[in-house]
Design a binder for this molecule. Structure first.
Ligand code: TXA
Ligand code: MG
Length: 339
């Protein structure tokens, strides 16, 4: 056990976060998507600490964070023109580009792949820490491997206190789901959906952008995933989740049939009181932004309430719901009931 300090992101706290990182330690860092667990991407010892603290499988690559576009060449090489066009449109922001890894970045960051994921975060405190360190920061989400991603400093504390020396508190993550991951090495393929949609990327690139099959489907037996992170059960609370697609009336029908003890419903705001189960909401109906902002905190709250099982309302109609639906499918290990 080591002592963990958590501090609001003042200038002094930002300096402290940077000084831990420059001593090869890992720190909890706020971003606009989820909190990250940050370390020097050019130091093998630092990067090893990330995997150790999270209990993360070594073949699951990390995203590298930079503060300004000039630094992209420290992280990637043979960078295509399209990367700069997307950077101009979406950075700082929740878009991760998969490019060819530069020599500087230790191979363990990419789980041994020759590629690297990179983005400029929109959260100012995150960029200030990177600036203060003057090195690119590798940072996966700051949860224990398999748990829901952290969207507050308190979530990071719950998972990692005693394992890391410092957590920088920059307030709740405004977006609440992780960045869109785009493979730009050959075809443009979204490996993980996020706030920025394929349609928006397409309109910048002027060529087709598709979603990888793994976005909404489990990996087939024996196949090697393009994005190794997609093969593990993810984002999962202790409760056994089942997604229910379709209308609220259909959800109500399903909820009435639940026999299990300690079963809960995860629904949209205002629906709680109509249900025959204890219920929590994670956002407003027909409002993908509010759902992403509330999702991970609601999954963690289910655990705190002692839920053993939960039925989950979800929307699947449009592209903007894909980020939340993708996380829910993994949290529910692809258990879905459809009308
Ligand atoms: O919003 C985010 O992206 C957050 C914040 C902290 O920036 N980070 C994050 O990191 O979600 P992580 O490690 O939890 O997820 C990284 C995802 C994984 O699905 C991983 O497989 C994929 O990005 N990824 C990273 N590098 C890759 C690469 N070289 N090739 C393919 N997929 C990669
Ligand atoms: Mg993660």
């Amino acid at each position: 056990m080591i002592k963990t300090v958590m501090q609001t992101a003042s200038a002094h706290a930002i300096e402290q976060a940077a000084s831990w990182i420059l001593r090869d330690e890992v720190v909890g860092l706020p971003t606009e998507t989820v909190y990250g667990l940050a370390a020097n991407a050019c130091s093998a010892a630092s990067v090893a600490r990330i995997f150790e603290a999270k209990g993360r499988p070594q073949d699951n690559p990390l995203i590298v964070h930079i503060a300004k576009l000039e630094d992209l060449e420290k992280v990637a090489q043979n960078i295509p023109e399209d990367a700069y066009r997307l950077a101009e449109a979406f950075w700082p922001g929740p878009l991760t580009l998969i490019l060819e890894r530069a020599e500087n970045i230790v191979p363990a960051v990419s789980g041994g792949l020759s590629s690297v994921g990179v983005r400029i975060p929109a959260h100012e405190a995150a960029r200030k820490v990177i600036d203060a360190c003057k090195v690119p920061l590798a940072a996966p989400s700051a949860n224990c491997s398999g748990r829901p991603s952290p969207t507050t400093a308190a979530h990071v504390w719950d998972d990692l206190a005693g394992k890391i020396p410092f957590i920088l508190d920059g307030g709740p993550s405004v977006m609440g789901v992780e960045s869109t991951v785009l493979n730009l090495q050959k075809e443009a393929v979204v490996l993980r959906p996020g706030f920025i949609t394929a349609e928006e990327i397409e309109s910048v690139l002027g060529r087709p952008v598709r979603y990888a099959a793994s976005v909404t489907k489990p990996l087939e037996e024996g196949k090697v995933p393009k994005s190794p992170g997609t093969k593990y059960t993810h984002y999962a609370p202790l409760a056994k989740l089942t997604l229910v697609e379709g209308s609220f009336a259909f959800f109500l029908e399903q909820a009435r049939q639940v026999q299990a003890a300690d079963a809960w419903a995860l629904c949209f705001e205002g629906e709680e009181h109509h249900l025959p189960l204890p219920a929590l909401s994670y956002g407003r109906f027909n409002d993908a932004k509010s759902q992403s902002a509330g999702l991970f905190a609601a999954l963690r709250l289910l655990d705190e309430k002692g839920a053993k099982a939960a039925l989950v309302r979800c929307e699947t109609e449009s592209e903007e719901h894909l980020a939340v639906y993708n996380r829910l499918l993994r949290a529910a290990a692809f258990r879905v009931v459809r009308p």
